[in-house]
Design a protein around this ligand. Sequence first.
Ligand code: AMP
Length: 449
Amino acid sequence: MCGIFGIYNHLEASNHVYLGLYALQHRGQESAGIVSSDQKRLYHYRQMGLVSEIFSRDILKRLPGNSAIGHVRYSTTGSSELKNAQPFMVDYARGMMAIAHNGNLTNASLIRSELESKGSIFQSSMDTEVIVHLIARSKQKTFLERVIEALRQTEGAYSLLFLTETEMVAARDPLGFRPLVLGSLKDSPVVASESCAFDLIGATFIREIEPGEILLINGNGIKSFKPFPRKQPHQCIFEFIYFARPDSFLFNHNVYEIRKSFGVQLSEESPVRADMVVPIPDSGFPATLGYAARSRLPLELGLIRNHYVGRTFIEPEQRIRHFGVKIKLNPVKELLSGKKVAIVDDSIVRATTSRKIVKMLRHAGAKEVHVRISSPPIIDPCYFGIDTPKKSELIASAHPIEVIRQFIHATSLNYLSLEGLKKCVRGEEENFCYACFTGEYPYRFTAEY
Ligand code: AMP
């Protein structure tokens, strides 16, 4: 996962990237960085932590120029440390370049070993760095041609932004796993992982960058290239389920509406006899609205969230995560006591969260706790940029639903069916990747973790 944002030809480039990253903070909270260009050279700042903690006015002043790209990181490959923070910047034989990547390459280790055997020295453990080496080694004449040659050799998921002294390049892999959208702020092109970043800076949404499309943005305007053979898109359905912000438009839909439709569909498949429906804040909210409306049950905010705590799952250590649910959510006892409660969440991964929430609700006096999940069971890891754990840690990979129900102490447990999920994107269902629910990956590769 990760979020990227870039702006070309604007007097306040790095300030806008800062705001863009702020809006994309949900896509990664480990580190953030900005690289700017004043047409002569690139300037770089990256740090561990949240966007608001990292960038002060003084630091933004040290990022001059009229073009900039930025990145917020949630590590999928490469450990959580500063050397792996992005954008990644290098000074090579042909000048300077910076790269910001969202996604995961599935052949990075292979390329890296080959490059290392030829003498390349890597500075980080990120898959992204292989792209930089491939570009630096390319004999092609223009930066764009070098990028294309490098990307031809890579396999996997990438939504990318590159910045050189004079150009910005945006690219989305041929299967289009991760989103990437194009907008404009007056006459300045902007590119972001999600459209919610445009809203904050007052930019206009133009369109999504298409799978396999590369945009060259320079003094001559924006030029689109489609240098790769056309493939069936495999956009990540999990962006809809959990990851993207509900106010974003991506993969041809508003995320809120599609998420709500998952809840409606879930209610049709798995109705419940309950006194109320309670959302799991915040990610379960839109689906719960759909579920409650379709079920004609009252919607109650039975769990109150402390907004000053980040997304608990983000904390890489198990120990912190266990603590996390309690620190984040507290039940409204007076509302729940003696009641039959249905709760809706977007997904179960390890089942740590739902187990703790059910326990919390029972402690608060709920007589029955029915759990409804607005996605199918996750049975296989994602190799394309969503941080799902190893197969062995995915509870649904080895256990039937009834065993999971017992584990979380729920009165009943139902997931949205895969068919139901596809129904919500009817007509476009072929354009999505469902590998985490089916184990059917879009192509063969050697799993790298
Ligand atoms: P778990 O406790 O492991 O079952 O995690 C499930 C919870 O984590 C759900 O409430 C989801 O909203 C959230 N979640 C699901 N997938 C992810 C992910 N890849 N990263 C962060 N949180 C997630």
